[in-house]
Design a protein. Structure first.
Length: 217
């Protein structure tokens, strides 16, 4: 069995186990150690799959520094979101924010369609305004950080769409759904299932990784 297959199986097994544990435990699972461990293993195992793919293809697929940085930041985000201290949530959110920026820069650096970027930015701006207005009506506090995070998140989708990388664009859109659902839960705007949020997050990572591999081969 190749290392790529091994890590793919481990990633799939860890993801399924995490979703099972999440479905059995309806809250965020911060105090549930197996749930926290399986969550923190998702990004490293997926990154190992990509690294093994790079090795097995004679390094024809290389992991750009921005992709590696994004993977590390997403891992840090998962890690801090499993911890319980006053600013852990904000540190974790900041790590995800930085990861979104790193991937957005990578998308644009690989070439993009300006008309598609402008159209995507226009459409997503309208969706962003609608989402922020919902936050305001729900009296989400502090509103400004949530609005700024949403801005970067929607810019992330626009950049991936403009890159014409269909897999990556789908992944960023799922990432946006996952993050917006978390914001909705945290602010009390609308309660969504944690298991559904995690499923969309895992699928987003898989699509982003697949898009990165397709673009870098």
């Amino acid at each position: 069995m190749s290392l790529f297959v091994l890590f793919t199986v481990l990633f799939a097994a860890d993801s399924v186990l995490h979703l099972y544990l999440q479905a059995r435990r309806p809250d965020d699972g911060i105090d549930h150690i197996p749930l926290a461990v399986t969550k923190c293993l998702i990004v490293p195992l997926l990154s190992a799959c990509l690294l093994c793919l790079a090795v097995q293809t004679d390094l024809s697929f290389r992991l750009p520094a921005l992709l590696s940085a994004a993977a590390f930041l997403y891992f840090c985000g998962d890690l801090f979101l499993t911890l319980r201290f006053s600013c852990a949530f904000y540190i974790g959110a900041g790590a995800f924010l930085a990861g979104h920026i790193a991937l957005s820069v990578w998308f644009l650096a690989g070439g993009f369609s300006l008309p598609l970027l402008l159209v995507s930015a226009l459409v997503l701006s309208l969706l962003l305004v609608r989402f922020v207005l919902k936050l305001k009506r729900a009296k989400a506090e502090p509103l400004l950080p949530y609005a700024f995070y949403s801005l970067i998140l929607f810019a992330f989708i626009a950049c991936s769409a403009a890159s014409t990388n269909v897999l990556a664009a789908a992944g960023s859109a799922l990432f946006a759904y996952s993050d917006c659902a978390i914001v909705s839960n945290v602010t009390g705007m609308r309660k969504r299932s944690d298991a559904v949020i995690m499923l969309s997050y895992i699928l987003a990572l898989v699509l982003l990784a697949s898009g990165a591999a397709a673009a870098a081969v």
